[in-house]
Design a protein around this ligand. Structure first.
Ligand code: NCD
Length: 303
């Protein structure tokens, strides 16, 4: 039995297979409509979510399965002091697979060590978010047709942005990928991420200048400043609008650059960009549901 806590638990061959299944689901959805008949997914969300939780639920329904769960910690026994380990042992008696989001880094890992059914990390604090990365990878695959030879800019809150950390892990395995980290100095990419890149000989640069970096980018991954991870509101207010992508700032961008954002968007991308053919963030939402379908099939070992 396998869980998915960190994107690196999937080999590049396994990722390729998931992408192929995802493309087949898009082409032939009816083939998959009963693959999970009689199976249940539990969504245990100790933190707010729109896309991740609903896309897991939609994914399971589209596979013919059912869904149970909770969408806030207050409505679960966590409010009474129950441990994540005990919650996982309990839910394993009701469901065939669990998707868990938690504000504490490592909570889904603890759940997976105590669960009799697969656990999927749906976001743990400022750490990782592997299924958003699956959505991002399918989007890049469909837009660019490759993962090699890409210059990828990450902009915004690179310190607390878990989607950034997971996508870097996934992309660093491909040939000639270069990263450009664009952030205010307070929200720089964590040292542990940079140390891994340096050790593995992967090229990256750090800057505060979004417009100056634009011309080089094949992909621009915008992110929200993660208010809930700040220690004080003052710092958040000072940093929240550090980067706002407007049509003017795209003046030097490549014609075929893809603009990604895991959403929710607060202010980081002007709505004037939504109709630009380079805007891919709502495509990511659709792709996220499809990749979660492919992942559920894999972890439940459904043929
Ligand atoms: C992201 C998350 O929860 O980390 N959202 C998502 O799952 N699509 C990004 C964010 O909250 O900013």
């Amino acid at each position: 039995m396998r869980s998915l806590i960190d994107i690196l638990e999937l080999s590049t061959t396994e990722l390729e297979k998931l992408l192929a299944v995802a493309c087949d689901i898009i082409e032939n959805p009816q083939k998959y409509a009963h693959k999970c008949d009689g199976k249940k997914l539990a969504t245990l969300f100790f933190e707010p979510s729109t896309r991740t939780r609903l896309s897991f639920e939609a994914a399971m329904y589209e596979l013919g399965g059912n869904v149970l769960g909770f969408s806030e910690a207050n409505s679960s026994s966590a409010a009474k002091g129950e441990s994540v380990a005990d919650t996982a042992k309990t839910v394993g008696c009701y469901a065939d697979i669990i998707a868990m989001r938690h504000p504490k880094e490592g909570a889904p890992l603890v759940a997976s060590m105590n669960s009799s059914v697969p656990v999927i990390n749906a976001g743990d604090g400022g750490h990782n978010h592997p299924t958003q990365t699956l959505a991002d990878l399918l989007t890049i695959h469909r837009e660019k047709g490759r993962f090699d030879n890409l210059t990828v800019g990450f902009c915004g809150d690179l310190k607390f942005g878990r989607t950034v950390h997971s996508l870097i892990s996934a992309l660093k395995r491909y040939k000639n990928v270069k990263f450009v980290f664009i952030s205010p100095s307070e929200l720089k990419i964590p040292d542990y991420v940079k140390e891994t890149l340096t050790k593995e000989g992967i090229k990256y640069t750090e800057t505060t200048d979004l417009e100056g970096s634009m011309a080089d980018l094949d992909i621009l991954y915008m992110t929200r400043v993660q208010r809930e991870r700040f220690f004080n509101e003052e710092d958040y207010l000072r940093l929240k609008d550090s980067y706002i992508l407007t049509p003017e700032k795209l003046a030097n961008a490549k014609e075929d650059m893809s603009i990604l954002h895991p959403l929710p968007r607060v202010n980081e991308i002007s709505v004037a960009i939504d109709n630009d053919p380079r805007a891919c963030y709502f495509k990511q939402v659709f792709n996220g549901k499809i990749m979660r379908m492919a992942l559920i099939l894999k972890l439940l070992e459904v043929e």
